[in-house]
Write a protein that binds this ligand. Structure first.
Ligand SMILES: [Zn+2]
Length: 161
């Protein structure tokens, strides 16, 4: 019998001028970018946390501490690859991913196919297995005031062993 597990991940980053805005492994042209120890890719971090959660392997801060110089300004695609190796080693394979990015502006709809392809390539999936949705918060809260960006991910995995 096939065994399934779910994982859940959530991430937030502050938006400031003078930083790049990386979301889903894609550079989004904008006058503000996300602040963080790494490249602050909110979507890839939420996906990493969901993957780790599905395997009960802690969270992204445990594996890639923001106090470590090794991870300063690191491309989060590398963190995604390393997280994928962790869950693969633990005997899990990904079935599908569903995510939502909350951002007031800019609109990221046109970049979503590129994000899906980028993530699918790293995780050995098809783009159709990597759903990415985007919403504003109708100008409410920190996202609505363009102070920050958040992302939410759920993932389904199977246990191979
Ligand atoms: Zn993050």
């Amino acid at each position: 019998m096939m065994s399934f597990r779910i994982g859940y991940g959530i991430d937030f980053h502050r938006l400031i001028t003078g930083r790049d805005l990386w979301i889903g492994g894609v550079l989004i042209p904008h006058y503000k970018g996300a602040l963080g120890h790494s490249d602050a890719d909110v979507l890839l971090h939420a996906i990493c946390d969901a993957m780790l959660g599905a395997a009960c392997l802690g969270d992204i801060g445990v594996h890639f501490p923001d106090t470590s110089d090794e991870f300063k300004n690191i491309d989060s695609k590398i963190l995604l690859q390393k997280t994928f190796e962790l869950i693969t080693t633990a005997g899990y394979a990904i079935v599908n991913i569903d995510s939502t990015v909350c951002l007031q502006q800019p609109k990221i709809k046109d970049y979503i196919p590129q994000m899906q392809q980028t993530i699918a390539n790293i995780l050995s999936l098809k783009p159709a297995d990597v759903s990415i949705k985007a919403t504003t918060t109708e100008k409410m809260g920190f996202v609505g005031r363009e102070e920050g960006v958040s992302a939410y991910t759920v993932i389904l995995v199977t246990q191979l062993k």
